[in-house]
Design a protein around this ligand. Structure first.
Ligand code: PLP
Length: 386
C-alpha cells in the first residue's frame, strides 16, 4: 500500500521525511553495525546527539538513558525490563542473575485500554499477560485514576499518552502522584502521543508526563523516519543498563556510551543516523509545525464529517478521528467504498462496541488541501452508499 502517500490515513503509520530517507539509504550503504562505539563511532555519536535532542524536544529529564530499538513494542519491552530490574533491585533481588523463580511478586497495573504491545511485553518479561490488574477507563479511553488499586510491594503502573483509537491521554500527573506515594514505577506508552510535547499548542496534554520513570515512543510514527525505529527512555540510566548490559571479552568497551548496553540486541542497524537527520532537517519549530498541522487536519476532518451529519465518536484532541456512517453494515460499506475509490485510505475499528472508520493524520506531507480532497471523496462515497 502507498503508506507514504499524503492521503494515507490508516493505522498510525507516518511517512518518511526526505532527509530521513536519504540518511537511511546512506546508513544502509555504509552498512554500519551500531552495537559498539568502536565498530561505528559515527553512528554511535549520532545516537548520542539524537538522544540529547530527543529528550529536549520531548521535554523529558536530560539525564535519561535511551535505547534506539525497532518500534514501540520493543521500546515498551526495554523500558519495562528496566522497571522490573529496578523494583526488584530495591528488595535486593537481582532479576537478571536470578530470574523470576522465587522472586518477590511484582504487582503490574495497566488500563483496560493498554495497547496490546504493552501486554505482550509484560508476557515476554515473565510478568504475565493475564495476571495484570486492569483499571477501567472513561468514554475516551482514559484511565480512571480514582480506580487504581492499592499499590503494595514492588509495583509497576503503565499509563498511555495517545490512545490508538481516540488519541486521548491518561491523567498522568495524578497517576504519578498516587503511584510514587506507594513507591511504584510509572511507565508511559506514548507511541505517538509523546510527540505532542513538541507542539506548544498540544504540550499541555502531557502534563505530568516528565514525572514518570520510563517512556516508550516511535520515531517511525510521528517523527516520520523510515521503518523501523522506536525509542525507550529511562529516567535512571543505571536501571536501563542493569537490564540490558552485555559484556564479552572480545568486545572492546571504551569510555563512551556503548549502544549495546541499552538495548536488547548486540548487532543492529544504525537507527541514530535517520533519527538525527529527521531532527536536524525539521528543527524544533519544524517538528512542532508538523504535529500542529496534522492535528489541524484531524479537526478539519471531524468538522467536515460532522457538518455532513455523520457522528464523530471521539473528542478530537490530537490526530485521531473516529467516525460512524450509521449502522455497522453501512459504516463497513462506506470504508470499503473509500478504499476502492483510492483518493485516500482509512481503515475500520471498533470503539467501545461501535463500528467506526478511523482516520489517523501522521504524515509530514499531508496538508489541509489533502484533507479537503479526501473529505470530498468520503462524502461522495457515503452518499452513494446510503
Ligand atoms: C499506543 C501504542 N503503543 C504501542 C504500539 C506498538 O508500536 P510498534 O508497532 O511500533 O511496535 C502502537 C502502535 O500502533 C501504539 O499505538
Amino acid at each position: 500500500m502507498g503508506v507514504v502517500g499524503r492521503r494515507f490515513f490508516g493505522f498510525v503509520i507516518g511517512g518518511s521525511l526526505p532527509a530521513a530517507l536519504g540518511a537511511n539509504w546512506l546508513a544502509s550503504a555504509w552498512d554500519q553495525n551500531a552495537g559498539l562505539f568502536a565498530a561505528t563511532p559515527t553512528s554511535a555519536t549520532l545516537e548520542e546527539v539524537s538522544l540529547r535532542w530527543l529528550l529536549d524536544v520531548l521535554t523529558l529529564p536530560a539525564g535519561c538513558g535511551g535505547a534506539f530499538v525497532t518500534g514501540a513494542t520493543v521500546a515498551n519491552f526495554t523500558a519495562l525490563a528496566a522497571a522490573r530490574h529496578a523494583v526488584l533491585a530495591r528488595l535486593g533481588w537481582d532479576v537478571e542473575a536470578q530470574g523470576l523463580f522465587g522472586a518477590p511478586a511484582i504487582q503490574v497495573v495497566v488500563s483496560e485500554e493498554a495497547h496490546p504491545s504493552v501486554i505482550k511485553s509484560l508476557g515476554m518479561l515473565g510478568m504475565g499477560r493475564d495476571r495484570v490488574v486492569r483499571v477501567p477507563v472513561d468514554g475516551q479511553g482514559r484511565t480512571l485514576a480514582g480506580a487504581l488499586p492499592e499499590l503494595q510491594g514492588p509495583s509497576i503502573v503503565c499509563v498511555q499518552v495517545g490512545n490508538v483509537n481516540t488519541g486521548s491521554f491518561d491523567p498522568v500527573s495524578e497517576i504519578c502522584r498516587r503511584a510514587h506515594e506507594a513507591g511504584a514505577w510509572v511507565h508511559v506508552d506514548g507511541a505517538f502521543g509523546l510527540w505532542a510535547a513538541a507542539s506548544p499548542r498540544h504540550a499541555h496534554l502531557l502534563e505530568g508526563v516528565a514525572e514518570a520513570d520510563s517512556w516508550a515512543t516511535d520515531a517511525h510514527k510521528w517523527l516520520n523516519v523510515p521503518y523501523d525505529s522506536g525509542l525507550a527512555f529511562v529516567r535512571d540510566a543505571d536501571h536501563l543498563r542493569g537490564a540490558m548490559s552485555l559484556t564479552a571479552a572480545y568486545l572492546p568497551q571504551g569510555g563512551r556510551r556503548e549502544p549495546l548496553m541499552y538495548v536488547p540486541e548486540l548487532s543492529r542497524r544504525a537507527r541514530g543516523v535517520d533519527t538525527w537527520a529527521a531532527l536536524k532537517s525539521l528543527g524544533r519549530s519544524g517538528l512542532g509545525e508538523l504535529i500542529d498541522r496534522n492535528c489541524r487536519c484531524a479537526t478539519r476532518f471531524a468538522e467536515g464529517l460532522s457538518a455532513a451529519g455523520f457522528e464523530i465518536l471521539n473528542d478530537v484532541v490530537l490526530n485521531q478521528v473516529l467516525v460512524s456512517f450509521g449502522t455497522p453494515e453501512v459504516t463497513g460499506r462506506v470504508i470499503a467504498g473509500i478504499q476502492e475509490d483510492g483518493t485516500c485510505w482509512c481503515g475500520p475499528t471498533l470503539w467501545q462496541g461501535r463500528a467506526a472508520m478511523r482516520i489517523s493524520v501522521s504524515s509530514w506531507a499531508t496538508t489541509l488541501t489533502d484533507v479537503d480532497r479526501s473529505l470530498e471523496a468520503m462524502l461522495r462515497v457515503a452518499r452513494a452508499v446510503s
